[in-house]
Design a protein around this ligand. Structure first.
Ligand code: NCD
Length: 350
């Protein structure tokens, strides 16, 4: 395991993650990936510790992956699902969290449909002066740090399996395509990719990628001397020599010579207005297909956090094509990356 000290008590956002922290996560995940390739895939690292999965919103892969990660580290796991909990009797979120605290929980993995809930639980734990680490497993449209970290790990291990590290992405062109406005995955990915020195190209229809959103992203990131441009031409240009974040209201300029394409699910449950004429038109204009990938570098790879609307944001055929699709390896990487995150939050107590 890497010996770097880890000072973060909670993992709530990637907006202020440092290069050292990214590299610690990547190297730690690589060690656990090795553990997961052994015949006995379990280590005693978190023996005696309790990891509670507090999922107030639906999930398949994130919840299962955190649960498996905790079990592989020999922690005891508690699973909570809002629909079958005392919340249906009026118990509040913080009282629910304190119930799990009273049972000796060491790490809380929290997902909620409203942004800020993991932060509120973390603040309450800090106020109580207890050493409980809170991990954001997706909050509203805000952030999904573990997803972006597993995306980063998937890409970096593809480039250098022996030594995944942030700098491997420097200068790579990465397109993030789809429902950026509603996507917590996109927000977390923007922070990690900008930190890596990659060129990040966002592509969506204007309704799903408003200009104000880009201004907010840059302001929140505190990115100095970076420039974003809205391009409607196939050859975007910028007044700055090394711009890092580009916005496109068309797909083609984002795909041109891209090394990686991250597709996003249309978050129909978060849309409050009719933002698209039809799913068919959306697929025609922004759906990723093998034909459209011809604009990219020849060895381009495609990612998707899942769950997928097959035939909408990505063609069914491309999704299942192992030559281009990294979707299954993202899921596999998720376990090692989440083991790393639980280890880093929990090891201080071990
Ligand atoms: C994402 C999520 O829930 O934010 N999925 C995931 O965690 N694997 C993306 C999505 O729901 O589209």
């Amino acid at each position: 395991m890497p010996t770097t000290t880890w000072n973060r008590h909670h993992i709530l956002s990637l907006a202020d993650f440092t290069t050292t922290e990214y590299n610690t996560v990547l190297q730690t995940a690589a060690s656990f990936q090795e553990v997961l390739s052994r015949r006995t895939k379990k280590v005693p690292t978190l023996q005696g510790q309790v990891v509670a999965n507090l999922f107030f919103e639906s999930s398949t892969r994130t919840r299962s992956s955190f649960e498996l990660a905790a079990k592989r580290l020999s922690a005891d796991t508690l699973n909570f699902a809002a629909a079958t909990s005392s919340m249906t009797k009026g118990e509040t979120i913080l009282d629910t969290a304190k119930t799990y605290l009273a049972m000796g929980t060491d790490i809380m993995v929290v997902r909620h449909r409203e942004a800020g809930v993991p932060n509120a639980i973390a603040a309450e734990m800090d106020r109580l002066g207890v050493k409980v680490g809170v991990l954001n497993a997706g909050d509203g449209q805000h952030e999904h740090p573990s997803q972006a970290l597993l995306d980063l790990f998937t890409i970096c291990t593809l480039i250098d399996p022996a030594s995944p590290r942030l700098e491997l992405l420097k200068g790579k062109k990465i397109a993030i395509v789809g429902d950026i406005l509603h996507s917590r995955v996109a927000r977390s990915n923007i922070w990690s990719l900008i930190a890596s020195g990659a060129e990040v190209h966002l592509a969506a229809p204007p309704t799903l990628l408003p200009k104000l959103f880009a201004e907010y992203i840059l302001e929140e990131a505190g990115v100095k001397n970076q420039q974003f441009i809205i391009s409607s031409s196939p050859t975007p240009h910028s007044p700055l020599p090394t711009p890092q974040l580009f916005l496109h209201w068309q797909l083609e300029p984002a795909l041109q010579n891209a090394d990686f394409v991250m597709t996003l699910r249309l978050q129909k449950e978060r849309m409050t207005a009719h933002l698209l004429p039809s799913l068919r038109e959306y697929h025609q204009l922004f759906g990723i297909t093998r034909t459209k990938l011809q604009l990219c570098k020849p060895n381009v790879k495609v990612l998707h956090p899942g769950p997928v609307n097959r035939g909408v944001e990505i063609s069914s055929e491309l999704m299942d094509d192992p030559e281009f699709s990294l979707i299954q390896s993202q899921v596999t990487s998720g376990v090692a990356v989440r083991m790393a995150l639980l280890y880093l939050l929990g090891s201080g107590k071990a």
